[in-house]
Write a protein that binds this ligand. Structure first.
Ligand SMILES: [Zn+2]
Length: 318
């Protein structure tokens, strides 16, 4: 028997399948959301249904998967796609209401419209999920996390700038440029911030010309939502998408303000230029992709002047 996936997906709706399992959805803009039934989510509502397309997606790092009705049955019951299609293709299951006819033709294959996903996305518990995903567990006390972060991201001989933003450009600012090994000898957290680049030895100015190597891109969006927590959740959703297109996430910092900083391994040139081109659509700072190497970035533990909250390390990977 040849299985007609298109017709199965046309005749069944994602919403009905969830409703039959007693799963309640909450409207959220053009979408509907709920705690994810696939990974049995305890906090958060990262499972999103797109009724217009009759599709679904789970944004959690635990899933990061989506699809049509057949894919949902596969994910829920751990069966094969062929089995799911046969179940859905059966005329009627015992005790089941007659199937709703869907007049619309099957939608085109998924193409994630990121701006729309971000606008509609709520992602409670993003910090817990990042922490659970983290291969190096951040400390309870953010005061110590700068050591973990420098240790994981840089080599002992890498020359790093740390300090207050204005501590640059004068000969005495040589003291703000030290090797990672020297910084880690400090008994307590150095004041201020850090730049994401590796500098030439004997630099005293935090500028492009002093940068020897730029191993990371730092990605931030602060215009997704006025509410700081919702804006951070949108940043987390963006980072999940960046990971899905091949970027390697190394650190995520809650700045203590309204956004997250995602530190990613500097991607290949073609991917980087695609990011630059799409920066406006993604609502990220295109300049920061390069400027992060010599910009003063928030270090875990440093207090945000406007909110009084410390920056926190949420995720770190060697
Ligand atoms: Zn899930």
């Amino acid at each position: 028997m040849k299985l007609d996936f298109a017709s199965v997906n046309q005749r069944h709706s994602v919403e009905d399948l969830l409703a039959r399992r007693g799963i309640q959805l909450r409207p959220s803009g053009q979408t509907k959301i709920c705690p994810c039934p696939i990974h049995n989510q305890q906090t958060g509502q990262s499972f999103t249904v797109y009724p217009a397309e009759n599709r679904w997606y789970c944004f959690s790092a635990k899933c990061r998967r989506g699809g049509d009705v057949t894919d949902l049955l596969v994910a829920l019951d751990g069966i094969t796609k062929a089995e799911a299609a046969r179940i859905l293709g059966a005329e009627q299951l015992p005790g089941e209401a007659p199937k709703r006819q869907r007049p619309a033709p099957p939608p085109p294959p998924p193409r994630v419209d990121l701006a729309r996903l971000l606008a509609e996305h709520t992602f409670d518990g993003y910090d817990v999920e990042l922490w659970e995903e983290s291969s190096i567990r951040p400390d309870e006390d953010p005061e110590h996390d700068w050591r973990l972060m420098l240790g994981a991201l840089f080599a002992p001989g890498d020359v790093l700038w740390m300090g207050e933003p204005e501590e640059s450009g004068k000969p005495w600012n040589l003291a703000n440029f030290r090797s990672r090994a020297q910084w880690l000898e400090c008994p307590s957290r150095p004041a201020g911030r850090v730049a994401a680049g590796v500098f030439h030895p004997d630099s005293f100015s935090r500028c492009r010309a002093s940068v020897a190597r730029s191993p990371f891109v730092v990605i931030e969006g602060d215009t997704y939502d006025r509410d700081p927590e919702r804006n951070k959740a949108a940043c987390a959703a963006l980072f999940a998408w960046l990971r899905s297109i091949g970027l390697r996430q190394r650190a995520v910092i809650d700045t203590g303000g309204k956004s997250l900083h995602g530190w990613f391994d500097r991607p290949a040139d073609d991917l980087l230029s695609a990011l630059r081109t799409r920066a406006d659509a993604l609502r990220i700072d295109a300049g920061l992709l390069d400027r992060c190497a010599w910009s003063p970035l928030r270090l875990p533990g440093c207090t945000h002047s406007r909110t009084g909250k410390p920056a926190r390390l949420l995720f770190l990977a060697k």
